[in-house]
Design a protein around this ligand. Sequence first.
Ligand SMILES: *[C@@H]1O[C@H](CO)[C@@H](O)[C@H](O)[C@H]1NC(C)=O
Length: 323
Amino acid sequence: MACGLACHLLLVFLAALEGESRYFEAKDEVAAEEEPFLLLNADLKRELSEGQQMYRRALRCIDMLSLEGQFTFTAEQPQLHCATFFIGDPQEFIMIDFDFVNIDCQAGDFLKVFDGWILKGEKFPSSLDHPLSTSERYIDFCEAGRIRSTIRSSQNVAMIFFRIHDLGNGFTLTIRKKPNLFPCNVISQTPTGRFTMVIPHQHRNCSFSIIYPVVIKISDLMLGHLNGLHLKKPSAGCGGVGDFVELLGGNGLDPSKMFPLADLCHSFHGPAQMKIGCDNTVLRMVSSGKHLNRVTFEYHQLDEHELENRKENSLEEFCLSSV
Ligand SMILES: *[C@@H]1O[C@H](CO)[C@@H](O)[C@H](O)[C@H]1NC(C)=O
């Protein structure tokens, strides 16, 4: 069964919270329901194309949202391990407003926002690449007493965690999206796409994550290209100095824990292609701030046939091993 990181995401989340046995139960339930996550996505797309103005629906305990709208969770039984993953287009921030919250912090309920996604302790963006410290990335409703202002994510993904003991308690939130002119860290919403990452004279590192096994084709890479002149190429490969692009593969979310598959440290035009059979593929650009760096790439999901023909390369075996 082709169940990439995107679909594992929900299963793994349950596993992390409730242990292996629950994981397998959950897996069976999901198999029986023919992957509700995939159906959910189809539903969301249909609703999107119908062009509703203000989308409203109830939240499930474990949920994923890619649309703007108003969402309400009401506990119909004690719900101890719930999470909602939000995702937008690469060029969007997620904006979260809590319209109404009725939870009992004293009784152990909580409601937290996380700036990014986190699964099994693995974060996206990694703590190395995020502008805020890990503790600053959490906003805890129970600590703050209330969350009055709009929360804006630093990239196209965010999530909430919550625990609610009493029946009837819950919350309502509104999700909106705002344009992000210079997207840095991104999780692709789709297994197929095309993207240009630009880091304009900024000392920062950016990761583009595709949570599917993919073929990635880099069509254009420009590093340290100033005023129409190429800077002298560094002599000894990337060697950890200067600006470069790295391709990473792995089965978790955190780019800093992924396996380096290739480094690209010279500008070029024309396609360079690589098949990466991992659950998660990341293209990461390391930028010193001295240059305007830009990379254009496209990607599409590896099909079953392509996945079978990837045996020779030992790096790719690494990606196969824990699928
Ligand atoms: C970017 O990454 C490189 C290598 O991974 C690291 O040496 C550098 O400190 C990072 N820069 C920033 C701003 O985090």
